[in-house]
Design a protein around this ligand. Structure first.
Ligand SMILES: Cc1cc2nc3c(=O)[nH]c(=O)nc-3n(C[C@H](O)[C@H](O)[C@H](O)COP(=O)(O)O)c2cc1C
Length: 188
């Protein structure tokens, strides 16, 4: 069975970002997937120590596993991810940025995330969503992660307001495409 992991980069566990992630996961479940969500705020997501810059061998999957065992297991066991972040000053949240930096340990020595599949959802009030999404999607792709078509969307303010009607459909599409692509990769 395809497993899809939602990764919430908002410190708020009941905010707009979570609603978006949940919507993608619901769609993935309708496609037969097993789903789970992790709130980065529940884990000791510290900043990257830059070991890679000193000695490449200090930055490896074992270091990540020791630091964040719960998340490591979920990342490895999942076939697809939906990364969610609020826009914080035209960028990802600090939590999400630290997390992406720590993922370096999963690509530096071994490409642990290669051929995983990911989408991205961004919540904002005014502006900055596309820039923010690219700050997630570009590093993930450099880590070997596949990004399906129509795998990125954003909402402004309350997710269920009339302004976000298209977003609701796009969230559903992300769920469908994550599962579809994960299945294709799994079968091959
Ligand atoms: C520190 C901080 C910076 C923010 N910067 C922006 C911004 O640059 N652009 C924007 O549209 N919204 C900005 N916001 C608003 C949040 O992106 C928005 O409220 C989002 O929906 C919050 O998501 P959440 O409910 O999942 O926490 C900012 C909020 C905070 C707390």
């Amino acid at each position: 069975m395809i497993r899809v992991l939602g990764i919430n980069g908002s410190p708020r566990k009941d905010g707009n970002t979570v609603l978006m992630i949940q919507s993608v996961l619901e769609s993935a479940r309708n496609e037969g997937a097993d789903t789970e969500i992790v709130h980065l705020a529940d884990y000791p997501v510290s900043h990257c120590l830059g070991c890679y810059s000193k000695d490449e061998k200090l930055c490896n999957p074992e270091v990540f596993r020791e630091m964040l065992p719960g998340i490591y297991k979920k990342l490895v066991e999942s076939h697809a991810y939906v990364f969610g972040t609020p826009v914080y000053w035209f960028s990802v949240s600090g939590l999400m940025k630290n997390f992406i930096d720590l993922l370096t340990a999963l690509e530096n020595i071994e490409k642990i995330l290669e051929n995983k599949v990911a989408g991205c959802v961004v919540s904002m009030e005014e502006d900055g969503a596309v820039n923010t999404a690219s700050q997630i999607i570009v590093p993930l792709n450099f880590m070997g992660i596949l990004i399906p078509p129509f795998a990125i969307t954003y909402s402004r303010g309350d997710l269920f307001s009339s302004e976000n009607q298209d977003t609701l459909i796009e969230l559903e599409t992300i769920g469908i495409n994550l599962v579809k692509f994960a299945k294709i990769l799994n079968e091959n």
